[in-house]
Structure formats: structure tokens, C-alpha cells
Design a protein around this ligand. Structure first.
Ligand code: SF4
Length: 384
């Protein structure tokens, strides 16, 4: 019997006061890194991850990068999958203090009808994409299961992979969406620091930390093939967040072994009407260390990078350990069929057209993959 994730995090002191982990991270010595890097790459233990995340590991990023690159090529080949987000609504009942879509922000909100969403999807398909991510604020009265299922059924002609990044649902609702052709869900815990979580989410259904923590169980149990996890980098100490995130991933991999877990790495970006200063902003070297450490612990995990990151950094990381990137992203509903920037969730940093990004991927010796999945591969139970 596998212990639930809430109990695991509590027993490991990753839920609540996490100071003991800070001490452990600080105490790691270079000799321990040298020894750790002799071990086979790709296997997770919390002790291994602590070493790879430690401040001492900063001096070992080059050997870590070499191992991560070799392991990624061994497991994924020289391929980089491409996807595009389609924002269907920027209405939201929550009040996340870091997000321009929070319910207190005054701007003209947009909800796409299914016909409008299909027009956006046509633009995305014309750019070559066959992998689409539907994104929405927590707009439960409009972005319903019926809406998503209806849209997915129509998108299936053009897209071989449809996934979601919206609000948490019940297992039964996820099951309905899976039956309609949606095969992946990404849900960020935002932060695994329970106290900070309460500060960042002062009102709305998202206030419920435990409900969010349990949600990946719901969509995994519904048979979703892709399980996406992540934290919003900048909300809390990134090293401590990575420890909790990794434990969550290890738990899901063990329990729902037929699904594929991936990590995303969104860093806080400038957003409409969000002016707070953030004490935990994550630098480039920290981001790279986090990615490498996770790759060296999880050989088969997808590593996803969005257009929040600038082109130069993305090109570098594509060559190391990233397996899937977005391209040509518009972060507002209607953004593909109109140039009106109103209602963008955040500013993107890599605005190159998808074809240019694909060409860049090829120029560094990788293959840009527009389609890496087809529901025909499915055995009827939702997974191969
Ligand atoms: S982060 Fe998501 S849930 Fe929070 S305000 Fe923004 S859109 Fe809504």
C-alpha cells in the first residue's frame, strides 16, 4: 500500500517547517558530489537529490550537464516535441496574488466560444502543431466539462494530442474528458510551502492546499497519459520546492506507473497589474541546476520549457535535458486570430515564430517533433 502524498510530505518534513532540509543542503561537501556523480544517473533517492541541489553542486554543473545530456538522448533520442497553448478564457474566481488574471484585476475579460476556439486552433494547426494545450482561468461556469469535451471532439481531427492546464476537477470529470480525447493534464502546486501557499492564495477555491495536492491523483486515476507537475518558481525557496516536487513525482510514478510524468519550470514573469516584489526569484544558474538535478534523478521524466524563457537560454537547454517546448505562444484568449494584446496572462520572452524555433532545433542537431503521440496507440484503457 502506497502512503498518500500528503502523509509522505508531512513525514518527510516537506510540509510545514522545512528548515532541517536547508541545513542538510548547506552541509553537503564537494567530496560527496564527486562520489554521487559516480553513481548511475537517472535514479531517484531523496539523498541523491539533496546532493545535486545543494549549493556545493554549483561547482559541478558541467559534469552534471554532460550526464544529463547523455541520459536525455539515451531515453528520448535527439527529439524535441513542440506544442502550443490555446487560452480559452481569462475569467477567474481566484485571487492568486502573482497572477494578472486574479479576480480583482480590472481588464476586459474574454471567453472564447467553441467556434472562436476552433478558429484559434486552425491558426495553431496551420503552423504545424499537432499537440495543443488548452489553458483557462478557474472559470467553472463557462469552461465546463461539456465545453471542453465538445471542443476536444472537434480538435481531434487536427490534433493528435490534447492536454489541459485548467482548474482541478473530480476524477469522474477527468474521466469524461479522457473519453472525449484529452490525454494529459498539467497542474502546478504553485508552492509546496503550506504557509506561503495561504498567503499567495487569499481567496477562492484555490485556497484549499490539500485539494490541489490531491488533484494529480484524480487525473492520474482517470487514465491521463501525461501528468504534468511544477511549481511557480519565485514563490518560495527553489531547492526546498524541488525536494517536495520530486517526492510528489516519485509517488505518482510509483502509483500510476502507466502514465508519463513531466516537470515544467515556470518562472515568475511580469503580468498585468502585478507589482509585488518577490523575495525568491530564481536565477538562470539556479534554474539550470534544478533541471539537471531532476533529470539525473528521473531518467524518463519529460522536461518542459515554455516561452516564458528567453530564446538564448531555451536553445541552450534544448541541447541539455529539455524534451518538450512551446513555441509561438499567445497568452490571451483570441491571441492567434488578433494582434490585440489585451488580457495576456504574462509576457513571453521568446517570441520567435514556430518555424524559426524548429529550424534552430534542427541546427543544433535535434529533431523538432510536431506529433509524438496518436490515440490509435491506446489500448482502450487510456495507456499503452
Ligand atoms: S494563477 Fe490561475 S487560478 Fe490563479 S488567478 Fe491566475 S488564472 Fe486564476
Amino acid at each position: 500500500m502506497i502512503q498518500d502524498i500528503k502523509t509522505q510530505l508531512a513525514e518527510m518534513n516537506l510540509d510545514g517547517n522545512r528548515n532541517c532540509w536547508t541545513d542538510r543542503l548547506q552541509a553537503i561537501r564537494p567530496e560527496e558530489l564527486e562520489k554521487e556523480l559516480q553513481n548511475p544517473a537517472g535514479r531517484y533517492t531523496i539523498d541523491r537529490l539533496v546532493r545535486l541541489l545543494s549549493p556545493a553542486a554549483k561547482d559541478f554543473l558541467e559534469p552534471m550537464a554532460r550526464q544529463a545530456q547523455a541520459l536525455t538522448i539515451q531515453r528520448f533520442g535527439k527529439t524535441i516535441a513542440l506544442y502550443a497553448p490555446l487560452y480559452v478564457s481569462n475569467v477567474c474566481v481566484n485571487s492568486c496574488v502573482y497572477c494578472g488574471y486574479n479576480r480583482h484585476t480590472k481588464f476586459q475579460r474574454t471567453r472564447l466560444s467553441i467556434e472562436q476556439a476552433l478558429a484559434e486552433a486552425d491558426v495553431i494547426a496551420s503552423e504545424g502543431f499537432r499537440d495543443i494545450l488548452l489553458v483557462s482561468g478557474e472559470d467553472v461556469s463557462f469552461i465546463t466539462v461539456e465545453y471542453l469535451a465538445g471542443l476536444a471532439q472537434k480538435l481531434r481531427d487536427k490534433f493528435s494530442s490534447i492536454s489541459l492546464e485548467i482548474y482541478p476537477m473530480s476524477r469522474q470529470q477527468y474521466q469524461q474528458l479522457f473519453d472525449a480525447g484529452i490525454e494529459g493534464v498539467t497542474l502546478y502546486q504553485e508552492t509546496y510551502d503550506r504557509q506561503l501557499y495561504a498567503q499567495y492564495h487569499p481567496a477562492g477555491p484555490k485556497r484549499d492546499y490539500d485539494h490541489r495536492l490531491e488533484s494529480p491523483d484524480h487525473f492520474s486515476a482517470a487514465g491521463m497519459r501525461r501528468i504534468g507537475l511544477g511549481v511557480l518558481l519565485g514563490l518560495a525557496d527553489w531547492r526546498l520546492e524541488t525536494l517536495a516536487l520530486a517526492q510528489h513525482a516519485a509517488y505518482l510514478m510509483k502509483k500510476y506507473w502507466r502514465s508519463a510524468v513531466s516537470f515544467s519550470f515556470p518562472r515568475l514573469r511580469p503580468a498585468t497589474c502585478v507589482t509585488e516584489q518577490w523575495p525568491y526569484l530564481v536565477g538562470d544558474a539556479d534554474l539550470v541546476q534544478m533541471m539537471l538535478a531532476l533529470r539525473l534523478c528521473f531518467a524518463d521524466a519529460g522536461i518542459v520549457l515554455s516561452t516564458r524563457e528567453r530564446a538564448q537560454l531555451r536553445d541552450h537547454l534544448v541541447n541539455l535535458c529539455v524534451t518538450r517546448i512551446s513555441a509561438g505562444s499567445k497568452t490571451n484568449p483570441g491571441g492567434y486570430t488578433s494582434d490585440d494584446p489585451t488580457g495576456r496572462q504574462f509576457e513571453i520572452a521568446d517570441d520567435r515564430p514556430p518555424a524559426q524555433i524548429a529550424e534552430k532545433i534542427r541546427s543544433i542537431g535535434r529533431e523538432a517533433v510536431w506529433k509524438d503521440w496518436d490515440r490509435a496507440f491506446c489500448d482502450g484503457q487510456g495507456v499503452i
